[in-house]
Design a protein around this ligand. Structure first.
Ligand code: SF4
Length: 303
């Protein structure tokens, strides 16, 4: 069997993370996304091969002894981690040993309408779910779900889950050129996201070789689309080698910008010139702005 535990990995959004792979030997997923980093594969709705809870817990205990300074334990998979058949038991066992470390799951959201999955996910500190588009046409073309899965159930499930989940809910949107990169799709996403009320939305694009022949969008387009998600806490994933154009903002322009959409520290550092950074600090000192940490990412927000 391949390794169950990987890391620690430093993530800009969650800090130092120790990962647990719930499908270490083969891809098992209920989606076959065009942008997947793994090779395309037939969708499944049940895990065919799964490591035992004891094996995972033993490997985790060992890793935690070796790596004390981690922030989160992340449940993930070569595929969809909620297909793991013993997820609820595993989560209970991890909670017994995790101490102050936060528990995070990265899921494609396909099973979130299932009450049993909602009950299990409500035990996590952070739940990150994908929602690339809300129109059925786009969803089927981009995420290529198993035939039993529909986007309407996923959206309803996300709303139900949010209503009782007290941890941080993060929604991830991955933008693919020619598919979900339209104003129309993002306006529809904005409406649904306002109803779901996640704590944070991560918007990114393809930056590793995809399973199928698709391409990402430019960072400039990503920013334009993120700006359509007004009044939501959006974190944009910049490519490591991205060199942005620094812009100048007055006090008033900074306030206007942050009223439309709170900006992450990373957004600000990349896009503000020296003087704008001084104005920003000024507004924080005068308590017009404040800093809020949302699931590991700091945002500037208007009070
Ligand atoms: S949900 Fe994740 S693992 Fe599954 S096909 Fe999509 S990108 Fe790949």
């Amino acid at each position: 069997m391949s390794s169950l535990i990987f890391g620690p990995i430093t993530s800009r959004r969650f800090g130092q993370s120790l990962g647990i792979d719930l499908s270490p030997d083969t891809k098992q997923c209920n989606f076959d996304c065009l942008y997947c980093e793994l090779k395309g594969a037939k969708t499944v709705i049940k895990s065919q091969k799964a490591p035992l809870v004891e094996e995972i817990v033993d490997a985790l205990k060992e890793a935690l002894q070796k790596h004390e300074h981690i922030d989160v334990i992340t449940l993930t998979a070569n595929g969809e981690p909620t297909l793991y058949p013993y997820l609820d038991t595993l989560v209970d066992e991890i909670i017994k040993i995790k101490k102050e470390h936060k528990l995070l799951i990265l899921s494609n959201g396909a099973t979130i309408h299932n009450p049993h999955i909602q009950k299990t996910l409500s035990k996590f500190d952070i739940v990150k779910l994908s929602l690339d588009c809300v129109s059925s046409h786009c969803f089927k073309r981009l995420d290529r779900p198993h035939k039993s899965i529909c986007i309407e159930d996923i959206i309803e499930g996300m709303k139900e889950f949010r209503a009782h989940f007290e941890g941080d809910l993060v929604i991830e949107i991955l933008v693919v050129a020619g598919l979900n990169d339209t104003e129309e799709e993002f306006k529809a996403l904005h409406k649904i996201l306002c109803e779901i009320q996640p704590n944070r939305i991560d918007v990114g694009t393809i930056d590793r070789p995809p399973a199928y022949d698709v391409q990402g969008v430019s960072i400039e387009r990503l920013v334009e689309l993120a700006n359509l998600l007004e009044n939501l806490d959006v974190c944009i994933a910049y490519k490591k080698n991205y060199i942005p154009q620094k812009r100048h903002f007055t006090h008033v322009e900074i306030l206007d910008l942050l009223k439309r959409r709170p900006q992450s520290f990373e957004d600000i550092q990349l896009c503000f010139d020296e003087e704008s950074l001084i104005f920003l600090k000024d507004l924080v000192d005068k308590k017009v702005l404040h800093v809020k940490n949302i699931a590991g990412v700091n945002f500037y927000k208007v009070r």
